[in-house]
Design a protein around this ligand. Structure first.
Ligand code: UGA
Length: 435
């Protein structure tokens, strides 16, 4: 199969290289010449474990290439994926679809022969219909099909998620398009991956419902963590106790400082807007959005309270800035809400993150960046863990204690055990675990 991937952001790049690794011929197209130049020179503009090697392997095998020339790429394409950004529109939370529509216009200009146009970007219900209208202006309806095929890739685990998905969702009722989509995903049949064919609108909604449900699960356990603190229970054990019930499941029940990233905050908002437009109440999703925003602010106050209120003259070592481990992505990261509030109370912030420092520099003011966890701790008055990178999970506690001028540790990801930390002489504070 010949595949064109429009957009070499996170989703486009990962999907493109994984299709190439399945044996398809893939051309990735981007408007940004600098990005294409970097990719052609073997550079990867984002941090994602395993991506660089997989790109190099498939470029060498001549199954993967990068260009700015959509017209040339489109020659003989069986499927063209739209994987451009759909950011939240400033101020109103609606998904901004201008990039999707612009890509559709261009695809319509260069399409030859029967082509499947696939929306991989997360797009609100009904977007496929709009894309179809754009293509229809230039082509007969039987010479193309617009299909929805949402991605379920987690940053940091995207390659595994693409190659070993729980399911693939394909929204189309066109038989020819179904055949092409089946052929594209055929390599997954070996793992017996379920491929769910639905209508296009249903498929578009599945994506938002999945992300909103996961955001709800996290927010639920975060609120239970607050209750645990108030009544003297342990949230990790509660999560285990409920997660063993197969109807609930154990994943996405880690309490923490609130969800962040480029997906959950944007997609919950966009789903709420879609519901408003349809005059349907999605009160749970709206509550989740509010609760998560409030949580990030409350986590700042948790740190401030644990350190006695006034932070004037105190230096706080922050470990972890990215919204989660294994990514350099800072979008809607809890650290962006927490750190400025600690600074407002007078704290000097010293921070270390294995990958996100460059990203963080443009978003946080007056932070002193360090090049390792122990350097970050040296002489600080407290340690705050915001992101649970593996390298923070087994710090040498004696070294930590010796480095800190006061043994105050606030662990917002529950990566240490309260009893062990107390035994090691720390004033240890975590989430939903009072002892
Ligand atoms: C999420 C979904 O998991 C993917 O399936 C989806 O494809 C992707 O959004 C998307 O729409 O593109 P991602 O944002 O990369 O993926 O990250 P997650 O691993 O889902 O984590 C999201 C946030 O929830 C992070 O801030 C994380 O720290 C937080 N989280 C996650 C918790 O606080 N507790 C948990 O138990 C799990």
């Amino acid at each position: 199969m010949r595949v064109v991937m429009v957009g070499t952001g996170y989703v486009g790049l990962v999907s493109g290289v994984c299709f190439a690794d399945f044996g398809h011929d893939v051309i990735c197209v981007d408007k940004d010449p600098a990005k294409i130049e970097t990719l052609n020179a073997g550079g990867i503009p984002i941090f994602e474990p395993g991506l660089e090697a997989l790109v190099a392997k498939n470029v060498r095998a001549k199954r993967l290439s990068f260009t700015t020339d959509l017209k040339a790429a489109m020659k003989e394409a069986d499927a063209v994926f739209i994987a451009v950004g759909t950011p939240s529109r400033r101020g109103d939370g609606y998904a901004d679809l201008s990039f999707v529509y612009a890509a559709s216009e261009e695809i319509a200009q260069y399409m030859e022969g029967f082509t499947v146009i696939v929306t991989k970007s997360t797009v609100p219900v009904g977007t496929g219909d709009e894309v179809e209208k754009i293509i229809e202006k230039h082509h007969d309806t039987d010479s193309f099909a617009v299909v929805s095929n949402p991605e379920f890739l987690r940053e940091g685990a995207a390659i595994t998620d693409f190659k070993r998905p729980d399911r693939v969702v394909v929204g189309t009722e066109n038989p020819k398009a179904k055949e092409i989509m089946r052929a594209l995903y055929r390599p997954l049949f070996i793992n017996e991956t379920p491929i769910l064919f639905t209508s296009r609108r249903t498929s578009e909604l599945i994506k938002y419902a999945a992300n909103s449900f996961l955001a709800t699960k996290i927010t639920f356990i975060n609120e239970i963590a607050d209750l645990c603190e108030a009544v003297g229970a342990n949230v990790q054990e509660v999560a285990k106790g409920i997660g063993l019930d197969k109807r609930i499941g154990s994943k996405f029940l880690h309490a923490g400082p609130g969800y962040g990233g480029s997906c959950f905050p944007k997609d919950t908002l966009a789903l709420a807007r879609t519901a408003e437009e349809a005059n349907v109440s999605l009160s749970i999703v709206s509550s989740v959005i509010d609760a998560n925003e409030a949580r990030k602010r409350r986590m700042a106050h948790k740190v401030i309270d644990a350190l006695g209120g006034d932070l004037t003259g105190k230096t706080i070592a922050v470990l972890g800035l990215a919204f989660k481990p294994n990514t350099d992505d800072m979008r809607d990261a809890p650290s962006l809400t927490i750190i400025p509030r600690l600074q407002d109370k007078g704290a000097v912030i010293r921070a270390y993150d294995p990958e996100a420092i460059e990203e963080a520099k443009g978003l946080l003011k007056d932070v002193i960046y360090m090049d390792g966890p122990y350097a970050c701790l040296e002489g600080a008055d407290a340690l705050v863990i915001i992101t649970e990178w593996d390298e923070f999970r087994a710090l040498d506690l004696r070294r930590v204690k010796a480095a800190l001028s006061k043994p105050d540790v606030i662990d917002l990801r529950n990566i240490y055990q309260p009893k062990a930390m107390q035994a090691a002489g720390f004033n240890y504070n975590s989430v939903g675990r009072p002892d």
